[in-house]
Every structure is written in structure tokens, then in C-alpha cells.
Design a protein around this ligand. Structure first.
Ligand code: FAD
Length: 147
């Protein structure tokens, strides 16, 4: 199996786009992630694959808490910004992305090794629901809209 074949297979998988954020004192960081899943309903758990290289990871570990904002259609600039392609004017508001579909407020439950990523498990303590609508989708190496 080649790395290229693996990447090609993954590019055929459609995923929603999230922004994971953590803060501790004055420090606050956000990061775009598609490696997000609901893990358990009772207790309410979610899981994320976060790169070992991500600057967010040590902050998330130290703070023991994080938010996951589920991005809506039209938030491509937000996703790009928190993936390192900085867009002026994009910021976290009260610890999450304003205008998202929903925000999950999580306590860090567990961290598991996952190769060059870490499997982050969070217990959802609070859910903020914003007006419903279509999600931002990532598929075939680009942002897509549901039609
Ligand atoms: P940085 O690269 O320093 O930060 C990311 C960006 O967020 C920078 O532009 C920074 O200016 C901005 N930023 C950070 N904090 C704030 C703040 N408080 N206010 C305003 N701006 C801020 N990586 C994974 O590990 N897992 C995934 O599932 C994953 N999915 C991805 C999906 C997509 C569609 C894309 C495009 C990228 C994905 N990545 C994923 C890659 C990841 O988003 C980038 O590597 C990201 O840059 C890593 O962030 P960082 O924590 O290292 O910090």
C-alpha cells in the first residue's frame, strides 16, 4: 500500500468541517479539522484526530477543555483561516466560531496515540445550537456545497 493510494482513498470520503478551539488564560487557539466524529450518545462523547504537530494540541492538553464549532455552508474563509491560510478579520468569539451551525463545549476525557496524530476524546458538557442550515463539506480536496 502506498501513501499516495491512501491519500487518494481518503480524498473520496466526504466530511463536515469543524473548528476546534481551546483557551487557557490569555492564550487561545483554533484549528480546522475534518477528522471529527460522534463517538457515544450516553455518555455524550466526540472524537477528533489532531496532528502531533498542531500547536493547538499542547494547549488543549493543558486546558483540559475545548470547543468544536460545526461550520455551515459559506464559512470557507473561516476554515481556511484556521487551517493556516490567514484571512483578515476572522476570529473566535467567546471561545467558538460565530455563525456556525452548532458549538459543542467539551471536557477532555482521554488522549490516545494515533500514529502521527492523537485521538482526542471529549465529553460534551454543553451544546449551543444556532439556526439550522446546510453544512460546509470537504470532499475531493476542496470545499463543497450540498445540492
Ligand atoms: P496554526 O497553524 O498556528 O493556526 C491555525 C490558524 O488559525 C492560523 O492561521 C492562526 O492564525 C489561526 N488562529 C489560531 N488561533 C487563533 C485565534 N485565537 N484567533 C484567530 N486566529 C487564530 N489537521 C488535523 O490535525 N486534523 C484534522 O482533522 C484536520 N483537518 C483539516 C481539514 C481541512 C479542510 C484543512 C484545510 C486542514 C485540516 N487540518 C487538520 C490541518 C490543520 O487545520 C492545519 O495544519 C492547522 O494550521 C494546524 O493548526 P495549529 O494548531 O498548528 O496552529
Amino acid at each position: 500500500m502506498t501513501g499516495e493510494a491512501f491519500k487518494e482513498a481518503l480524498s473520496r470520503f466526504a466530511a463536515g468541517v469543524t473548528v476546534v478551539a481551546a483557551r487557557l488564560g490569555e492564550e487561545e487557539r483554533g484549528m480546522t479539522a475534518t477528522a471529527f466524529m460522534s463517538l457515544s450518545l450516553d455518555p455524550p462523547l466526540v472524537a477528533l484526530g489532531i496532528s502531533e504537530k498542531a500547536k493547538l494540541l499542547p494547549l488543549l492538553e493543558r486546558s483540559g477543555a475545548f470547543t468544536v464549532s460545526l461550520l455551515r455552508e459559506g464559512q470557507e474563509r473561516v476554515a481556511d483561516h484556521f487551517a493556516g491560510r490567514t484571512a483578515p478579520g476572522v476570529a473566535l468569539v467567546e471561545g467558538r466560531v460565530e455563525g456556525a451551525l452548532a458549538a459543542l463545549w467539551c471536557r477532555l476525557e482521554a488522549l490516545h496515540p494515533g500514529g502521527d496524530h492523537r485521538l482526542v476524546v471529549g465529553r460534551v458538557e454543553r451544546v449551543e445550537l444556532f439556526p439550522p442550515g446546510p453544512p460546509l463539506v470537504y470532499w475531493a480536496r476542496g470545499y463543497r456545497r450540498l445540492v
